[in-house]
Design a protein around this ligand. Structure first.
Ligand SMILES: [Zn+2]
Length: 254
């Protein structure tokens, strides 16, 4: 038996990134399975999926999305039949729970807190860029773990080679022969060639991360301005109480 979320099932069945579209268990498209009263589709088999791929590869069938039915790749696992794939109920419940929570929070913003549109947008903007910062922080950490040591080693080797190359004795003559120094220069150049792409990668990753951090700082500041402006404005004009009255009368249970 295979248990995993839809994205996982799709990935190991060779239907990479098709989780939001084609059904895992039958050949149906979203248009076919979306209606709540839809009939049962015909159960997929690994053999049938292989036939679809082979037929398209041989040019017997035209390569269209409808003909492929999501079968874009070789499956990663062929020892478990598709009727033994299950998804954990918890995952579906989290999805439903998230939707309920979001619609409840939207309702609170709109009906209880009276949050103006610009503030909702500003909040979403902060949330959005915060996710980007988190993501790029992870990319940066991964890079440091994977290639950071390599870059440091290469630089150290190069420094060592360059130092050795220029060593002179007491008579101020080079310790190493011209041929040796030429080899060292080549070795140093090779290190530089290896260092350059790593430095470029590093610079790009850091630049992206810094950009997102700056945007986050700016958006956070703009959001807090929006919040404080609103409070001051209300207090000054003495609308706070009046607004409260308006709000309670707009609550659905009054
Ligand atoms: Zn289905």
């Amino acid at each position: 038996m295979v248990a995993g979320d839809l994205a996982y099932c799709a990935a190991i069945l060779g239907k990479v990134s098709m989780a939001g579209g084609w059904c895992t268990w039958c050949g149906w498209s979203p248009k076919e399975w979306s209606p709540t009263d839809h009939d049962k589709g015909q159960l997929w088999t690994l053999e049938a999926m292989a036939e679809v791929r082979a037929s398209i590869a041989l040019g017997v069938t035209v390569d269209t999305s409808a003909n492929r039915q999501g079968c874009v790749d070789e499956p990663l696992r062929t020892c478990v039949p598709i009727n033994s794939y299950i998804i954990p109920i918890l995952h579906t419940e989290i999805g439903i729970g998230n939707r309920l929570l979001k619609s409840f929070l939207d309702w609170v913003d709109l009906r209880i807190e009276n949050v103006p549109d610009d503030k909702i947008e500003a909040r979403y903007g902060v949330y959005e860029v915060r996710s980007e910062v988190r993501l790029h922080n992870e990319i940066w950490d991964d890079w440091v773990n994977l290639k950071g040591g390599q870059l440091a080693d290469l630089r150290e080797e190069r420094a060592m080679i360059n130092y050795t190359k220029t060593l002179r004795d007491d008579d101020n003559k080079f310790v190493h022969s011209a041929a040796e120094r030429k080899d060292m220069m080549e070795a140093s150049k090779a290190r530089t060639a290896a260092v350059k792409p790593l430095e470029k990668e590093k610079k790009e990753i850091v630049a992206q991360l810094e950009t997102y951090k700056k945007v986050l700082a700016a958006r956070t500041k703009a959001l807090s301005k929006l919040t404080s402006w609103r409070l001051t404005h209300q207090e000054r004009s003495g609308e706070a109480l009046g607004n409260l009255g308006d709000r309670s009368s707009s609550l659905p249970w009054r």
